[in-house]
Design a protein around this ligand. Structure first.
Ligand code: NCN
Ligand code: DMD
Length: 338
């Protein structure tokens, strides 16, 4: 599909015209849920999950047997400021690892029957150091959004958006600070494992980025352009495409949710088709999820990224769908109601 946008303004128009949930499918699923052979509410959040998914998929019995995991990789100019525990070449090395099947996300995708695709975005051309100049030009941002848009398989029944990019927790912290406010220190975390000096360098970089681009930061897409990264923009593009196809999205960790926040701020309700797969150990993620009004399904202390927490949450969604779509009703099973 040719993306329906060629500029930030036309991307804005796409966000404004996105489809909404199918309320009749959701109502039918809620009615079915009430007839299944269990005490009302006994499957807890699994019941809400299945009904929510039914609404997005437009069918009374939702499916979760063709999930897609898309991983985007990008490099960051700000990494030269000593903001990561690892060197930038690890981004390309991990892309090779993804392609050879050796990363955690390969194993988790396999475990939950997800088709996984990897998209390396111009790794030899990192973003500009956002403390000095905008991370991306408008053309570069549009290209990254387009990569994300095109990466989504319209046949998938669920989408996980993951990322890999040395330095990207600093970029994500800058985006979140710009959009939610607060001090740089409130949003930086240990990322791949920086020490206190590294953490201070991250806060200084975020602080400088906010000051350098202050005049542009009232526009969420300019926040993404000035402070973001190619892989972060691609996740935003993929989340938007999923909405266009009415595919539900399972969000991953701090970086993924920073990409999602850009969409939410650009268009209220833009994340209604998304759920939070997990809360990561990155310091600001819990508060970011609260600002997104999303309750994470899992809290396992993960801080890996690459879609891993969201992929694990696929298992929960699949459990919810298996129960909702497979269980017998009281009438079918001849079980007496209350
Ligand atoms: O998903 C998260 O919340 C998360 C938290 C910490 C680190 N990461 C991953 O670690 C990398 C970024 O860490 P850093 O220290 O280089 O900014 C990037 O590849 C992310 O996928 C991811
Ligand atoms: C090894 C490694 C694997 C990763 N996967 C996602 N982010 C990562 C960062 C590092 C450093």
């Amino acid at each position: 599909m040719t993306p329906p946008f060629t500029s930030l303004d036309s991307f804005r128009a796409v966000l404004a015209a996105q489809p909404d949930v199918d309320t009749s499918a959701r109502t039918a699923a809620a009615a079915r849920n009430g007839q299944l052979t269990k005490p009302p509410g006994a499957l807890g959040r699994l019941e809400d999950l299945a009904i929510w998914l039914a609404g997005w998929q437009g069918r009374e019995k939702p499916k979760a047997d063709a999930p897609q995991v898309v991983i985007f990789a990008g490099n960051h100019g700000v990494a030269a400021r000593g903001v990561s525990a690892f060197p930038p070449e690890v981004t390309a090395q991990m892309v090779a690892n993804f392609r050879h099947g050796g990363a955690a996300i390969n194993q988790l995708s396999k475990a939950f029957g997800a088709a996984m695709t990897v998209h390396a975005l111009d790794l030899d051309h990192p973003t500009a150091d956002f403390t000095q100049s905008p991370a991306m030009t408008e053309a570069e941002l549009t290209k990254a959004l387009t990569t994300g848009w095109n990466a989504v398989d319209p046949q998938a029944d669920l989408l996980v958006t993951g990322e890999m990019g040395i330095g990207n927790t600093t970029s994500a912290a800058a985006i979140v600070a710009a959009l939610l406010g607060g001090a740089a220190e409130d949003w930086v975390g240990r990322g791949t494992g920086v020490d206190d000096h590294g953490l201070a360098r991250k806060a200084a970089a975020v602080h400088a980025g906010l000051a350098t681009h202050a005049a542009l930061l009232s526009d969420p897409l300019q926040v993404l352009r000035c402070l973001g990264g190619h892989e972060i923009a691609a996740m935003a593009g993929a989340i938007a495409r999923a909405r266009a196809e009415r595919i539900a999205v399972v969000l991953d960790g701090f970086i993924c949710c920073a990409a999602a926040l850009v969409l939410q701020r650009a268009r209220s309700g833009a994340l209604d088709h998304c759920l939070a797969g997990h809360v990561s150990a990155e310091a600001g993620h819990g508060r970011l999820l609260a600002a997104l009004d999303k309750q994470p399904l899992l809290n396992l202390g993960l801080r890996l990224g690459e879609g891993s927490g969201a992929a694990l949450a696929l298992g929960i969604v699949q459990g919810a769908v298996a129960c909702h779509s497979g269980m017998a009703t009281f009438a079918e099973a001849g079980v007496s109601g209350a």
